[in-house]
Ligand binder design. Sequence first.
Ligand code: KG4
Ligand code: ZN
Length: 336
Amino acid sequence: MSVKILGIESSCDETAAAVSVDGRTILSDIIYSQVEEHKKFGGVVPEIASRRHCENILTTVEQALAKAECTLNDLDGIAVTYAPGLIGALLVGTGFAKGLAMASGLPLVPVHHIAGHIASVYITHPDLEPPFLCLVVSGGHTMLVRVHDHTRFEVIGRTHDDAAGEAFDKCARVMGFPYPGGVHIDKAAQSGDPHAYKLPIPKVTGCELDFSFSGLKTAVINLAHNSEQKGVEINKNDLAASFQHTVSEILVSKCMLAAEMYGYKKIALAGGVSANSGVRSCLQTECEKRGYDLFMPHISLCGDNGSMIACQGYYEFMAGKRADIDLNAVATMSLE
Ligand code: KG4
Ligand code: ZN
């Protein structure tokens, strides 16, 4: 008997819903992105995000069920992102999922957003099974995770300040790109020289697997401002390429160090920044050199989506994880 899970995601600026069968088969994946609206403000406006989630969640879920050709009666559970993220945004998804679970009598399964990102790799690579090491790089998180099994995680490296995606977006802004800027840096970098600008590799005190991006971000911002004051034009493509190259080096070198320290030969990449062509190719090169197997999500699954929640929801469901009507949304929560 197969297990069908509806996954609901609303932690930031995407309202998304999907239906999975036995975790890795996705029957439908509906995403309503609010990005065009937030673009006007140069970043996500939490109040607007919550309002749009409220307006769109019902249609998004209805469409996901319709596309999957199923009704609530065909489902085995309802999975929802309950942490971490924007609290008002998370509340819309959790509130909706709780109502649906109560009305239908279906089990409610809480999913951690980062566990969802990790699960996006299972959808792309049906052959991937834990244990493996996962480099998670998103707009809000940068971490190295030991994936012991589908629902057990150990974080062995984390950022002390900005997340990689945050650094991409802030540097993109100073280069004049619209929000979210990561993808624009990626595009500009394709025609730039990655060695044109010498950018600092931030030093991190304490754990050698931890990250820091604020020094690098500040260096890019200062470079752009100083050039502007002197009336010297920066070469955007070169700066984008240099920044992307430096971020890739930082991420990949720490990931390789972690793999060596813990003896992993299976490496995965997840989160919004996993769409970055520089990070992907740098990781691929280093994994090939060492004979490691690399698993990356399909580009369409790198950003926030419902499939990853429906997939992780299946594993949480099978592990017996359930929430009841007092499930609360939580803005900050460790993956462990
Ligand atoms: O995982 P995600 O969709 O949301 C969070 O959970 O935070 O990640 C969004 C982040 C943004 O910072 C966005 O600029 C970045 O992922 N991003 C990229 C690319 N595509 C998305 N960064 C660099 N290169 C890309 N191609
Ligand atoms: Zn995300």
